[in-house]
Structure formats: structure tokens, C-alpha cells
Design a protein around this ligand. Structure first.
Ligand code: SAH
Length: 349
């Protein structure tokens, strides 16, 4: 972007250094951190207990990244909200708010676009535009919390992008989000979903962050997985599942295996048999997701009967399995589709 300081991405220690370099006392850094992260301030002007001179000095040298809500769709059925955010450089990303009995959960994007190329996914159709900074990941949550007027208690990194492909920013984001002087989210209420980048999984296992790991499995064999996910050529299932086992051992966190059911591709009983064999003794549960069809591909959802049969077989084998409840049916659209239609619209105008 430019050489201005991205103040929302700084750790408390970096912020303290920054403030000291400006010749100011350390308590100013704590005040600033609170305004930025706990109160989700939208401008330096809002920071009323900081001297006006300091506010204008910060204005001169720093960017306070604040995303603009370009569009929001609210479900009349269950209150799910889809937000389209404009980034300072003009890119757009989407985030989703879901209201559950246990709290408010936000699904955030970790990149603008994605380069993983999963066949059924809309986010990757135009490739990767750029990584999101920690500030840009955080502000999806901060803006939604302020717009909603309720606390966000859970975060899933399951929107557009591959979090392990933006690893350093991901970890910085998690540390800021869970900082006790910030929004102070519980690390246990954060889920990171990956298509299976082995070095990323192994690194995250060593960070001392007990976040939940979700693996996008989608097939019980490398052969089928490769038809859906190009990353499966790079990291075979045996390596990915070993890395997941390591993750479990290091963090004590049970895993989630995501399995999007695509009619005639990965949903027959033979695949359920293979899947049960593959996951036996692994510490996690399977989350079945009826694939959300995108118009650019001809994948279709499995029949409800096939989904039931798949689920029943796994259960009989002692595997804990859930079917993802569809949220916001009336505002639905697969990951990345709202953004895609917005960009398309712009091109046509
Ligand atoms: N890159 C990460 C996180 C983003 S995708 C990952 O691959 O896990 C979040 C989840 O939605 C992944 O399991 C992904 O495979 C799945 N997904 C993407 N597009 C989908 C679609 N059209 N229908 C069903 N699931 C989809």
C-alpha cells in the first residue's frame, strides 16, 4: 500500500515501541490498543482521552484500517447476515455473521481471492489477488460487532482464501483477536479451516494456540480428492492426516473434517466405507456439507436420501457426524459468490 504504519496490525509490544519513539509515555500505548481493539474505534478522532496533538500526529503517520460496508444482506429466516466489505485499496471481500444459541459467530475471509483452485469453490475462480493483513481480518469482526450491536463470541476462518497461505498474518491476527486488552475472544472459540497445507498445519501445532483445526477433506482417497482439489497432488492424504494427528497431540483439540457432498463424485456408499476406514481412531468429527452449486461448474448437490445414507453409515461405524445446517437460505450463495457478483456488476456498468 504505502509506508504508513498499519497501526491495527501492531502487537501491544510494537505499539509500545512506536509510542516511545514518538516520545510519549507507555500508558498511551495501552489506551491506543484499547481504542483500536476493544472499542473498535472507527477514527482517531473518537479516541477522546488522547490529546488532540497526538491524535493528529497519528493521523499523519498511520493508517487506521476501517472497512466500509459496501452491502449487507440480512436473512429474514434466521438473522444470518452477509457483509460485503470494501478495503482501502478498492478490493472487496465478504464475511458472514451467524446467530447461534451459543453466541454470534463470524466467518471471515483471509485473502482477496484464493490460489488453491478447488473445483467447486467460487472464491478461487479468478485466482489470488492478495493476502489480507491482520488489521483487515480483525476489522471484519470489529465492523460486524459494531453494526450488529452485540458481542461476537466465535470466529471461523472459513471465508474466501486459504489461511495457511497467509500464515504469518493469520497467527498475528489470532493473537490480536484473543488479546486480553482487545476483544479478548477465547482461543477455543476460533476455528481455522485449511485445504490441507501440511507445513502450515505442523507450524500451527507449535504456536501454543489451542484453536480448532478444520480440514477440508471432501474425499476418502487421493484419487477422488485430486479431481476436486489440486492441493491433493502436493500433499497426499496420508501426510495430511498425520499432520492432523500431530496437531491433535500438540494442542489437545479435536479436529473437524469437512466433507462437501457432490452428487456422483464423492457421495456413494463405497466412499462412506472408505471414509470410515480412513478416519477410524482419528480424533475428530465429520461435518457433511451439501455442496453449494456455483454456476461456473456443473457440480450438483447430493440427494437428501444419499446424504442420509452416507451419514447413517458413518454413524454406524462409530464416527461422530453432523450435517451442516444451511443458514440464511433466503440470502444464500456459495462462498465468494456475493463478491463475484459485485465485481461482475462493476464490469458490466
Ligand atoms: N481455504 C480453506 C477455507 C475456506 S473454504 C479451506 O479450504 O478449508 C471453507 C470450506 O468451504 C472448505 O471446506 C471448502 O472446501 C468449502 N467450500 C467451498 N466452496 C464450497 C461450495 N461451493 N460448496 C460447499 N462447500 C464449499
Amino acid at each position: 500500500m504505502n509506508d504508513r504504519t498499519d497501526i491495527k496490525s501492531l502487537t501491544p509490544e510494537q505499539l509500545a515501541n512506536y509510542v516511545t519513539q514518538m516520545g510519549l509515555p507507555a500508558f498511551r500505548a495501552r489506551q491506543l490498543f484499547q481504542w483500536i481493539h476493544e472499542k473498535a474505534a472507527e477514527s482517531f478522532d473518537e479516541m477522546s482521552n488522547l490529546p488532540a496533538q497526538l491524535r493528529s500526529a497519528l493521523q499523519e503517520s498511520c493508517d487506521l484500517v476501517v472497512l466500509r460496508i459496501a452491502d449487507v444482506k440480512i436473512s429474514a429466516i434466521d438473522g444470518t447476515r452477509k457483509y460485503l466489505f470494501a478495503l482501502p485499496d478498492g478490493n472487496v471481500i465478504e464475511s458472514v455473521l451467524m446467530k447461534y444459541k451459543y453466541g454470534n459467530s463470524v466467518c471471515i475471509s483471509s485473502q482477496v481471492g484464493c490460489r488453491m483452485g478447488c473445483r467447486f469453490c467460487a472464491s478461487t475462480l479468478d485466482g489470488l489477488e492478495r493476502n489480507l493483513r491482520p488489521s483487515e481480518m480483525l476489522d471484519q469482526i470489529y465492523r460486524i460487532q459494531r453494526h450488529l450491536g452485540e458481542r461476537i463470541s466465535h470466529v471461523v476462518v472459513m471465508g474466501s482464501g486459504e489461511p495457511m497461505d497467509n500464515y504469518d498474518n493469520l497467527v498475528a491476527f489470532i493473537r490480536l483477536l484473543t488479546h486480553e486488552q482487545g476483544l479478548n475472544l477465547s482461543q477455543r472459540n476460533i476455528t481455522v479451516s485449511t485445504c490441507g497445507i501440511v507445513p502450515g498445519i505442523l507450524c500451527l501445532a507449535e504456536e501454543g494456540l489451542p484453536v480448532t483445526l478444520a480440514l477440508s477433506l471432501h474425499a476418502p482417497s487421493d484419487q477422488v480428492r485430486r479431481t476436486l482439489m489440486p492441493i491433493a497432488f502436493r500433499y497426499p492424504l496420508s501426510e495430511v492426516l498425520d499432520a492432523c494427528q500431530t496437531y491433535y497431540e500438540k494442542t489437545g483439540r479435536r479436529l473437524t473434517f469437512e466433507y462437501s457432498l457432490v452428487k456422483g463424485v464423492n457421495d456413494n456408499l463405497e466412499e462412506a466405507v472408505q471414509l470410515a476406514r480412513l478416519l477410524r481412531g482419528r480424533h475428530g468429527h465429520v461435518n457433511l456439507i451439501p455442496v453449494n452449486p456455483i454456476k461456473e461448474r456443473d457440480y450438483v448437490q447430493s440427494d437428501p436420501k444419499a446424504i442420509e445414507a452416507f451419514k447413517n453409515y458413518l454413524e454406524k461405524q462409530g464416527i461422530h457426524v453432523t450435517i451442516r445446517r444451511e443458514m440464511g437460505r433466503d440470502i444464500a450463495g456459495a462462498c465468494g459468490q456475493l463478491r463475484k457478483s459485485y465485481i461482475q456488476q462493476g464490469k458490466e456498468e
